[in-house]
Design a protein around this ligand. Structure first.
Ligand code: NAP
Ligand code: ZN
Length: 357
């Protein structure tokens, strides 16, 4: 590769495992022929940003500029870009490139491509590290850019780019999107609360399974869940045994699977999207007796991310957010750690990010 021209960028980076985010200057590549350059307006804070900043999974390279629920407005497009123009409102999720020729890319599931490149904290083709959306602007190949429907507010639409597609993708793939089905959603955080909204839009009955009794009223009256179970209340859990066709588990910490498997009907599916730091214990007998399945799922392909976004536009689905300024990000991370967020923090990047010194 020849000399890569660069443009200055700035944002917030974690510099070590303390995960404290502080000002950081770096550079981004020039807008290539197939690239789109955009000014970042808003960026959601996913629990994965926190886990990566702390290097919980041992995958982190510092400095890390997190952020993969990024929306903004295009400022420049490359000469061979065909789908976007300057001024378009667009977004990027956690995936910024892939090989385009392997089995999963051919399946429109680039997220499982062995050469998939993450938007933050990964090595790009030119050997530079990718830096995410806690920053002033982004450069991304047009094939990995998502269009945001006109009717959706950009700040509340941002979390759909990760939280939204991560729960939408397995619901579709595993056939948990059929009207009348009973779906459980475990953990009412960023992913969980949009799972409730999509599952309701698909016409299913939704039960939230939560550790936080205080979320019950909102789950039912604001988010539209049909029922709410407090996971440590054994009576409540017992009454709901063998009633669910599928469960989307979004819990970020170690937790027991046995009670969840008990909630599943014959042939029910437990979909793991939450990513606890340590392995979970898998009780096998309830799987065998009920022909039940436990599966994992990661974000979603680009085509289905756009499909999810368009469905969100049609049903007016967005995240319930707390819009915060850049100087609140470290406090937000502490609150996220304690499951104290209703239900997604989104950073007002364009209005509150000051150039790094
Ligand atoms: P979040 O907003 O922090 O929500 C997680 C929820 O899990 C909490 O609100 C809480 O809900 C519940 N929870 C937390 N600690 C718990 C504990 N010790 N025991 C039981 N429940 C607990 O996080 P998020 O952004 O939605 O992300 C959720 C997980 O998904 C994270 O692990 C993240 O890394 C992962 N993730 C995976 C993908 C993927 O591609 N598969 C994509 C995005 C995120 P209650 O208060 O209702 O109990
Ligand atoms: Zn995420």
């Amino acid at each position: 590769m020849g000399k890569v021209l660069e443009k200055e960028a700035y944002g917030l980076a974690a510099k070590d495992e303390s995960a404290v985010l502080s000002p950081f200057r770096f550079s981004r590549r020039e807008t290539g022929e197939k690239d789109v350059r955009f000014k970042v307006l808003f960026c959601g804070i996913c629990h994965t940003d926190l886990s990566m900043a702390k290097n919980l999974w041992g995958l982190t390279t510092y400095p890390l500029v997190p952020g993969h629920e990024i929306v903004g407005v295009i400022t420049e497009v490359g000469a061979k870009v065909t789908k976007f123009n300057a001024g378009d409102k667009v977004g990027v999720g956690y995936m910024s490139s892939s090989c385009r020729s392997c089995e999963s890319c051919s399946d429109d599931q680039e997220n499982y491509c062995p050469k998939m490149i993450l938007t933050s904290g990964a090595k790009y083709y030119d050997d530079t590290m990718t830096h995410g959306g806690y920053s002033d602007h982004m450069v991304c190949e047009e094939d990995y850019i998502i269009r945001i429907p006109e009717n959706l507010p950009l700040d509340a639409a941002a979390p759909l780019l990760c939280a939204g597609v991560t729960v939408y993708s397995p619901m579709k793939y595993h056939g948990l999107d059929k009207p009348g089905m009973h779906i459980g959603v475990v953990g009412l955080g960023g992913l969980g609360h949009v799972a409730v909204k999509f599952a309701k839009a698909m016409g299913t009955k939704v039960t939230v399974i939560s550790t936080s009794e205080s979320k019950k009223d909102e789950a039912i009256n604001r988010l539209g869940a049909d029922a709410f179970l407090v996971s440590r209340d054994q009576e409540q859990m017992k009454d709901a045994m063998e009633t669910m066709d599928g469960i989307i588990d979004t819990v970020s910490a170690t937790h027991p699977l046995l009670p969840l498997l008990g909630l599943l009907r014959y042939k029910g599916k437990l979909v793991m999207v939450g990513a606890p730091e340590k392995p979970l214990e898998l009780p096998v007998m309830p799987l065998i007796f009920g022909r039940k399945m436990v599966v994992g799922s990661m974000i979603g392909g680009i085509k289905e991310t756009q499909e999810m976004m368009d469905l969100a536009g049609k049903h007016n689905i967005t995240a319930d957010i707390e819009l915060i300024s850049v100087d609140y990000v470290n406090t937000a991370m502490e609150r996220l750690e304690k499951a104290d967020v209703r239900y997604r923090f989104v950073i007002d990047v364009a209005n509150t990010l000051e150039p790094a010194p």
